[in-house]
Design a protein around this ligand. Structure first.
Ligand code: HEC
Length: 205
């Protein structure tokens, strides 16, 4: 190898090594559920950069909804009223990739549902109609993790308390199966997840 070629080779090789290290440092170790020492689910902080799978407007749950404890966002309203809510649903990107390839949700998988009150009056008075996402009213998570503290059925469900004073979100305890799991198991179209309501899972391009 000539001197110039060797220099070039070394330059590219070094750049390659730096590139690999930079990539490794940039790519997160994956979005896995994390728990506190007493088994509460930590708030998945970066979920807004995950895959956005669907947005539902004021869904009402028919099946025994009145008898079970609902996440704060499930209001007793009819679409088109002042109490409309938007439900934004996200999935961690690694599980989305596996779902597209295999049609199944790997373990672990996390879905987050952020609920906003629909508002129709903006401060500037520009809107002549329609609604936008106003105040956030709840944040829930569905987590498939057989290794979670306490074990049990494959999926566990959580609601993070929105602390009104500090806006800080605190880790959450899993709900009893009868509160959440049972309805998801019975009525959701794929492995406890409401794929029937989420375009990015139901009709992937
Ligand atoms: C009576 C049925 C029912 C019960 C009980 C129920 N859910 Fe759901 N859940 C739904 C439906 C329907 C959707 C999808 C529509 C929506 O809300 O946007 C959903 C969606 C979700 C999602 C989005 C991810 C997913 O799994 O598809 C989360 C997170 C969630 N629910 C959490 C909870 C929690 C926490 C509880 C218990 C406190 C609960 N759910 C109880 C019917 C139910």
């Amino acid at each position: 190898m000539s001197h110039t070629r060797r220099c070039l080779f070394l330059t590219f090789a070094t750049a390659g090594v730096i590139g690999v290290f930079t990539l490794a440092a940039d790519s997160p170790a994956g979005h896995r559920p994390r728990y506190t020492n007493d088994g509460l689910l930590e708030v998945p902080r970066d979920f807004r950069s995950w895959v956005f799978v669907g947005a539902n407007l004021s869904p009402q749950y028919r099946s025994k909804a009145a008898q079970t404890k609902q996440p704060a966002g499930e209001l007793e309203t009819k679409p088109g009223t002042k109490n409309d809510t938007f439900h934004n649903i996200y999935i961690n990107p690694e599980s989305y990739a596996v779902f597209l390839r295999t049609g199944t949700f790997p373990d672990p998988t996390m879905l987050v549902m952020e609920v906003f009150r629909a508002e129709d009056k903006d401060s500037g008075g520009v809107l002549a109609g329609g609604q936008f996402e106003g105040k956030r009213i709840s944040l829930d998570a569905a987590v498939k993790d057989r290794n979670r503290p306490g074990g049990g059925v494959p999926w566990a469900y959580y609601s993070f308390d929105l602390d009104k004073e500090s806006k800080a979100l605190r880790p959450a305890e899993a709900f009893p199966d009868a509160s959440c799991y049972d309805c998801h198991l019975k009525h959701a179209s794929k492995d406890n997840v409401w794929v029937q309501f989420y375009p990015a899972l139901r009709d992937p391009n």
